[in-house]
Design a protein around this ligand. Structure first.
Ligand SMILES: NC(=O)c1ccc[n+]([C@@H]2O[C@H](COP(=O)([O-])OP(=O)(O)OC[C@H]3O[C@@H](n4cnc5c(N)ncnc54)[C@H](OP(=O)(O)O)[C@@H]3O)[C@@H](O)[C@H]2O)c1
Length: 266
């Protein structure tokens, strides 16, 4: 059986991708081969998803049509050396934060390479990924990569120079939104709600607002105008947010994460 999808590093993101690709029928378990150093992890993935597993990265790199790198960035150098003389023309897709296309292409000179930046909601199929193409990438490779990331959410194509900004927004964004949900819950508790109910209200409010904006295509400013009645409750709340510099804090958070991403990648 041809190995269509090879994963190096069967951790959180590797599992998220392969599980959705198999569940959606994009690949069969028998077309997927995963390498991971931990035997217990390998048997878990083999049992749960019916994928082939190995402790040898070279076996995956040699066999796979698409080679998906899902190791931590710290072990990239070691894995690159290990795979340096593997001759295959597979499409290489890397999700390693901070490892630029120039380094990836140096490690895989014969291969078309795509660098991607997914985010944590990819683990539940609601991710936002951005992908950037290397020099040897052809339209069919790009389509293939898009299909793969669409299995775990949405995907956009950007030039590599924008990936630090992507990291500052969608990469780090789940952290900001988690704090917003926690703060909304705390506000509910401060106003007299039991914690569990406050959390449920906060979570569903953020989820529902995002869904409403997405499905209706409405601009956020229009939604805000619609829910603020003269002298009402929402405008009273918004006035406090503005006083505290809420918008500015979020803008500065994205900029700080963007700068940090640049620093870490250089
Ligand atoms: N999680 C996210 O939301 C997210 C978002 C964007 C990008 N990323 C990127 O995704 C990559 C993976 O992140 P993750 O959260 O999935 O990490 P993870 O859960 O730690 O997965 C990495 C896996 O690689 C295995 N591994 C370690 N050394 C290896 C080697 N030499 N050869 C093959 N496999 C090896 C690890 O095994 P051991 O545990 O036994 O070491 C682990 O199972 C990172 O580069 C990160 O920058 C993650």
């Amino acid at each position: 059986m041809t190995i269509k999808f090879g994963v190096i590093g069967g951790g959180v993101m590797g599992e998220a991708l392969l599980s959705r690709l198999i569940n959606l029928g994009i690949y069969q378990g028998s077309q997927v081969l995963v390498s991971d150093p931990l035997p217990s992890r390998r048997s878990f993935l083999a049992e749960k998803y019916g994928v082939g597993v190995t402790g040898e990265n070279r076996e995956v790199a040699t066999a796979a049509e698409v080679l998906f790198l899902a190791i931590k960035p710290q072990v990239f150098a070691e894995v690159a050396i290990e795979l340096s003389d593997v001759s295959a023309s597979s499409l290489v897709i890397s999700i390693l934060a901070g490892v630029p296309l120039s380094k990836l292409e140096k490690a895989f000179p014969q291969h078309p390479v795509i660098r991607a930046m997914p985010n944590t909601p990819a683990t539940v199929g609601a991710g936002m990924s951005a992908i950037a193409s290397g020099k040897l990438v052809k339209p069919e490779h790009l389509e293939q990569a898009k299909r793969i990331f669409q299995a775990v959410g949405e995907v956009v194509e950007v030039p590599e120079t924008m990936l630090d900004a992507v990291t500052g927004l969608s990469g780090s964004g789940p952290g900001y939104v988690a704090i917003l949900i926690e703060a909304l819950s705390d506000g509910g508790v401060a106003a007299g709600l039991p914690r569990a109910i406050a959390f449920q209200l906060a979570l569903q409010t953020v989820f529902g607002t995002a869904q409403l904006l997405k499905e209706s295509g409405m601009h956020p400013a229009d939604l805000k105008d619609r829910v603020t009645s003269p002298g009402g409750t929402t405008i009273a709340g918004i006035a406090e947010l503005e006083k505290a510099g809420f918008r500015s804090a979020i803008i500065e958070a994205v900029k700080a994460a963007y700068r940090r991403s640049k620093e870490l990648g250089s």
